[in-house]
Ligand binder design. Structure first.
Ligand code: CAA
Length: 392
């Protein structure tokens, strides 16, 4: 069914999984099924992820999955990462997004643009899950138009003073390390933006409002506030002016992760709807025997496989160090749409029960929606895709 592990695309991509990738996928699936799934409803209701689940993901090597072994990580590739992300999100999208944000958005900038000293300082605790990361780009007045940020960074001796507010920050309240983007010279527009690592406890850095959300309620979404927050030069990632490229390039990878999250949520919708349809009877037979239900299941299964192919293709290109901006945006655009549709059909197949919080269908529907919004909306994905297509 939707858990096929070997596939080829027309573009000549042999996406057969290696024995190691299959092993990691199985490990993630077993962990998700045994430890995460039984707590998914409670996580959603209590709006909190038990720390032991994050610790267990760390113990399994998932929190530092793509960090080289020399920095305490698992040293695995992006394709393996998306396999894990799909499995965790099939069980619980709140737990899944903690992992996605930590790996794709917080670790990646340090891994790719950090100096040796910065890698040695921050990667080992992040890879071991002792330290949690977040990515602070969006602001109250700038989301899609990320370059319009108002958070400023002003030179002060051998340090920078940060002032401003970041919005919608996943992991914001639990993070020990934040990747913060700030404008050093507004007249330079995006060429004035710089990226900093700001550690929890730094004077002038505080967590503001915690948002109440439609879905992924177990993961925290916070405002981060910077008031004359002094950040040493040693915490600047890359060079001044390089921040915007670091942000957008990091988001390209993040979008592959969100595509995998959407595939995981959509798979949850299909598997739960399938199980229900095989049990529930109406008009003297199982509802799975009605073509009206079969067509919904057929569409869901087909779209999930297509979304997974796009996701694997983008991850494979990233692993090959080939351009993948287009493929990441296509995967996210398509997979998030598939997840939202699968959520709607899952609720529909469950009927009245689908509308109740006693069953998982409504949670899947609520969780799916965010995949069309965060890390670049579907509208922004279309902009990115059009721009890449027009270059060809
Ligand atoms: N990688 C690297 N560099 C890139 C790039 C990419 N993918 N895309 C563009 N750039 C570079 C361009 O080459 C250009 O560089 P030069 O000036 O040197 O030529 C520079 O960035 C500016 O490019 P644009 O003029 O195209 O930039 P823009 O301001 O028009 O923005 C955009 C383009 C696609 C709309 C971009 O702003 C974007 O992706 N916006 C969405 C932001 C987003 O995804 N936010 C989500 C935040 S994270 C989150 O959701 C919360 C959370 O906690 C996880």
């Amino acid at each position: 069914m939707a858990t096929t592990t070997t596939t080829e695309t027309a573009a000549g991509f042999d996406l057969s999984l290696t024995a190691e990738q299959e092993l990691v996928q199985r490990t993630a699936r077993d962990f998700a099924r045994e430890k995460v799934l039984p707590r998914a409803a409670e996580i959603d209701e209590q709006k909190k992820i038990p720390r032991e689940l994050i610790d267990e993901m760390a113990r399994l090597g998932f929190m530092g999955i793509d960090v080289p072994e020399q920095y305490g990580g698992s040293g695995l590739d992006s394709l393996t990462y998306v396999l894990v992300v799909e499995e965790i999100n099939r069980a619980c999208a709140s737990t899944g997004v903690v992992l996605c944000t930590h790996v794709s958005l917080a670790i990646e900038p340090i891994l790719r643009w950090g100096s040796d000293a910065q890698k040695e300082k921050w990667l080992p605790p992040l890879a071991r899950g002792e330290s949690i990361g977040c990515f602070a780009l969006s602001e109250p007045a700038s989301g899609s138009d990320a370059a319009a940020m108002r958070t400023s960074a002003r030179r002060d001796g051998d340090a920078w003073l940060l002032n401003g507010t970041k919005n919608f920050i996943t992991n914001g309240a639990i993070a020990d390390v934040a990747i913060v983007f700030a404008q050093t010279d507004a007249s330079l527009k995006h060429k004035g933006i710089a990226a900093f690592v700001v550690e929890k406890g730094t004077k002038g850095f505080s967590v503001g409002k915690l948002e109440k959300k439609l879905g992924i309620r177990g993961s925290d979404t916070a405002q981060l506030v910077f008031q004359e927050c002094r950040v040493p030069d040693a915490n600047l990632i890359g060079s001044v002016g390089e921040g915007f490229k670091i942000a957008l390039s990091t988001l390209d990878g993040g979008r592959v992760g969100i595509a995998a999250q959407a595939v995981g949520i959509a798979r949850a919708c299909l598997e739960d709807a399938l199980a229900y349809a095989k049990e529930r009877e109406a008009f003297g037979k199982k509802i799975s025997e009605f073509q009206a239900i079969q067509w919904k299941l057929a569409d869901m299964a087909t779209e999930i496989d297509a979304a997974r192919l796009l996701t694997w293709k983008a991850a494979t290109l990233k692993d090959r160090r080939e351009p993948f901006i287009l493929e990441a945006a296509e995967a996210k655009l398509f997979a998030s749409d598939v997840a939202v549709k699968a959520g709607r059909e899952c609720v529909q197949i469950f009927g009245g029960y689908g509308y109740l919080t006693d069953f998982p269908a409504e949670r899947h529907y609520r969780d799916a929606k965010i995949t069309e919004i965060y890390e670049g909306t579907s509208e922004i994905m279309k902009l990115v895709i059009a721009e890449e297509v027009l270059k060809q």
